[in-house]
Design a protein around this ligand. Structure first.
Ligand code: AMP
Length: 362
């Protein structure tokens, strides 16, 4: 086995000296073919650009496990609902290039076997060659639908979202044909939809899931955080704290869904009340979309939690528009005129909360 590995190593080319931005599908395919013929392994990181450290952690992971990393930065129209923020989604090409270049230099270190080789930014007319892409639920086109997973939680709030995600990932995976594809735990339901799709459609790739990267105060990094501005940003960690409140309730021995969820709602209600008590020029209000305690494979809700279930606690809130901006206030991209939807999840860890010890003592 070692001989085979040494042989492969010898056949491999050195790391590329720069990455190439590619728009054309045919060029991407040529590069992929070359990589195949020279025994490279390809790890693929699909993104919608507006890169942050969370995205970069996916790239680093891909570079630990593959010799060539392909990144896409395509903002896919079909996963945005009709009234969602497709038109205003942050477009940060220059900043993205700078971040990719910085990571490229970092990946020259020996701890990484791989390097960014290709950054793919296809045009929408090429990605959707048949009909113009639609965000209508009953719109025409070629789509991949994964049910019932796509109808739950995020799918219940955003009916076309997972159809769009599965469709664009099917297209990208058919084009890139990576050995491995990398997704963030932050979008846990997305990882399950993609895993289901890969298995059901016999796609020849391994789905790898990378932990969520957070800001110091617990807020999960997200391209949409730039919309928050200072005031909403200060309140936004309430989502992570609510998930933590569920974890803490389980440490107190609470096992039923109803009582665990109550812990999250208690916390969010108290923060909402605090904000309501502030003058309108200082408050940042939010609405809870859902909290969920679900089976990690199917995302179906659990009525009672057990350690062996390894449940996923997830939630979504919308930070509401700022109604009374102050003069000179940093309102973030878009001037805080629209709501910002935030999602997050953690794995409920009953054992880490030492519940078996408490049970034993009782
Ligand atoms: P997006 O550009 O938002 O579509 O995200 C592209 C990929 O980055 C997805 O697989 C996300 O799950 C992942 N991602 C986004 N935010 C984070 C984060 N904070 N930590 C880790 N991965 C993330």
């Amino acid at each position: 086995m070692q001989k085979v590995l040494d042989c492969i190593q010898e056949l491999q080319l050195p790391k590329p000296l720069e990455f190439r931005n590619v728009r054309k599908i045919s060029v991407l395919r040529d590069r992929r073919r070359q990589d195949l013929l020279t025994n490279q392994t390809v790890g693929f990181v699909p993104t919608m650009g507006a890169l942050h450290e969370g995205h970069l952690s996916l790239i680093r992971q891909a570079a630990r496990e593959n010799t060539r990393v392909y990144v896409s930065t395509y903002v896919n129209p079909t996963q945005f609902g009709v009234n969602e923020d497709f038109d205003s989604y942050p477009n940060t090409w220059v900043e993205d290039q700078a971040k990719l270049t910085a990571v490229f230099h970092e990946l020259t270190q020996d701890e990484y076997v791989g390097q960014i080789a290709t950054v793919f930014q296809p045009g929408t007319n090429k990605m959707y060659p048949g009909l113009p892409p639609t965000s209508e639920i009953n719109g025409d086109g070629s789509f991949v639908t994964i049910t019932p997973l796509s109808t739950l939680l995020e799918g219940a709030s955003r009916p076309v979202f997972f159809r769009g995600v599965a469709t664009v990932c099917m297209k990208l995976l058919n084009i890139v044909q990576p050995e491995r594809v990398y997704f963030g735990q932050k979008d846990i339901q997305q990882t399950l939809v993609i895993k289901r799709m890969v298995e059901d459609f016999h796609l020849n790739t391994e789905v790898r899931v990378v932990p969520t990267l957070r800001e110091k105060d617990g807020l999960a990094m997200s391209s949409r955080n730039v919309y928050l501005g200072t005031r909403r940003r200060a309140v936004a960690p309430v989502l992570q704290r609510a998930l933590q409140a569920i974890q803490n309730a389980s440490a107190d021995g609470i096992r039923t869904r109803k009582d665990l969820l109550a812990a999250a709602f208690l916390l969010t209600s108290s923060v909402q009340q605090t904000q309501r008590n502030l003058p309108p020029s200082e408050r940042a209000m939010f609405e809870v979309d859902y909290f969920s305690i679900a089976d990690p494979r199917t995302m179906t809700e659990l009525d009672e939690v057990k350690a062996e279930d390894h449940p996923i606690i997830s939630g979504a809130i919308t930070m509401l528009p700022i109604l009374e901006p102050r003069k000179g206030e940093n309102l973030g991209l878009g001037d805080a005129k629209t709501g910002v939807r935030l999602i997050d999840n953690i794995r409920l860890d009953i054992l880490a909360a030492k519940l078996s010890l408490t049970d034993h003592e009782q």
